[in-house]
Design a protein around this ligand. Structure first.
Ligand SMILES: N[C@@H](CCC(=O)N[C@@H](CS)C(=O)NCC(=O)O)C(=O)O
Length: 315
């Protein structure tokens, strides 16, 4: 991680933990918003107007948080306006690195070797982890935002003057329900699987495992009335949040993270739901199983030999 703009070599992929070995994820710290007219958003400064070609998205295909921003970009028809650079899937001792792995690329804007260099370019005294996704402003040469939840929301609405496309991922009549279900998906699933995988005590693992499968059971039951998506016929950002964890489940979380009561394919309604979203235009291109497996299984703390499993076959 970076401390006062200086990269610390003793970087560990296992993030902080509480006194009982529970994994704790850090919070994001660049929180500006792109808006239609450049006025300030809910957090951060003004000056980030929605303009074609001005912004660039840095992602890792392994990362579920980065992937939900890629999904929003695809579903909202923003690909022609916002370019993407994908980092290598393996975390190095300098964090995310550019170029080399098939499907990854060198940094086209700043020639950075590592993601942390973009953070120090944006803020020479930055302290924190150099995470993906990063939404970069080419005009001001800085990071607009590194919180995927914000990026999904700005992609949903900030560019509506430029492109009339895609589902409304945060419709006002569902906003309260979306806001209520999002933390459930985050705590129990998006982050729950990481808490199982990175638990450093049996208690922390058992707790996380139980909540992951209790949540999956609850969602399987929720889909029992034949609904297409979590709230009915309309796809929302909450579906994107759930999808990114489901699509990684059998390939990474079932094995590496020991979430192995069952595979997702043994939960028929959730499995069909995952495929329904995967089939939406542009979504399959955001899911790269080779990156997902190479990335997760490169975490030395969990898989010291670095062997990448051959399975699963089909998702
Ligand atoms: N709050 C961030 C979390 C992103 C995040 O945790 N990204 C992970 C990859 S899945 C990362 O970049 N980790 C590198 C590190 O912690 O050094 C978001 O949702 O955008």
């Amino acid at each position: 991680m970076l401390v006062n703009g200086v990269w610390q070599e003793n970087w560990q992929p296992v993030q902080s933990k509480d006194e009982q070995g529970r994994f704790i994820r850090q919070t994001s710290s660049f929180r500006h918003w792109i808006t239609p007219d450049g006025s300030a958003g809910p957090t951060g400064e003004a000056g980030f107007k929605a303009e074609p070609g001005r912004y660039h998205l840095y992602v890792a295909y392994i990362c579920p948080w980065a992937s939900r921003t890629l999904m929003a970009r695809a579903l909202k028809g923003l690909a022609p306006f916002i370019d993407v650079t994908v980092v290598n899937p393996q975390l190095t001792d300098q964090g995310w690195a550019f170029g080399g792995f098939p499907g990854a690329a060198p940094d086209p804007l700043n020639g950075a070797e590592f993601m942390h260099q973009l953070y120090t370019q944006a803020d020479p005294t930055y302290t924190g982890r150099a995470t993906v996704p990063v939404l970069w402003d080419k005009q001001r040469g800085t990071i607009v935002n590194n919180e995927s939840a914000d990026i999904v929301r700005m992609f949903n609405s900030a560019f509506s003057g430029l492109v009339e496309s895609g589902p409304d991922l945060y419709p006002s009549d569902l906003a309260a329900e979306v806001d209520a279900l999002n933390p459930f998906i985050y705590d129990n699933l998006n982050n729950g699987v990481y808490q199982a995988g990175f638990a450093s005590s049996q208690l922390a693992y058992d707790e996380a495992y139980d909540k992951v499968f209790a949540a999956l059971d609850e969602l399987e039951a929720r889909l029992g009335d034949g609904r297409c998506y979590l709230f009915g016929d309309r796809l929302t950002e909450t579906d994107l949040r759930l999808f990114v964890t489901l699509v990684r489940f059998d390939a990474a979380y079932h094995g590496l993270f020991k979430c192995n009561r069952n595979q997702l394919k043994e939960m028929p309604l959730l499995h069909a739901y995952m495929h329904r979203i995967l089939a939406l235009e542009g979504v399959a291109e955001t899911v790269k199983l080779d990156h997902i497996k190479a990335g997760y299984y490169s975490v030395k703390a969990l898989n010291p030999g670095g062997i990448v499993p051959q399975g699963p076959g089909a998702l």
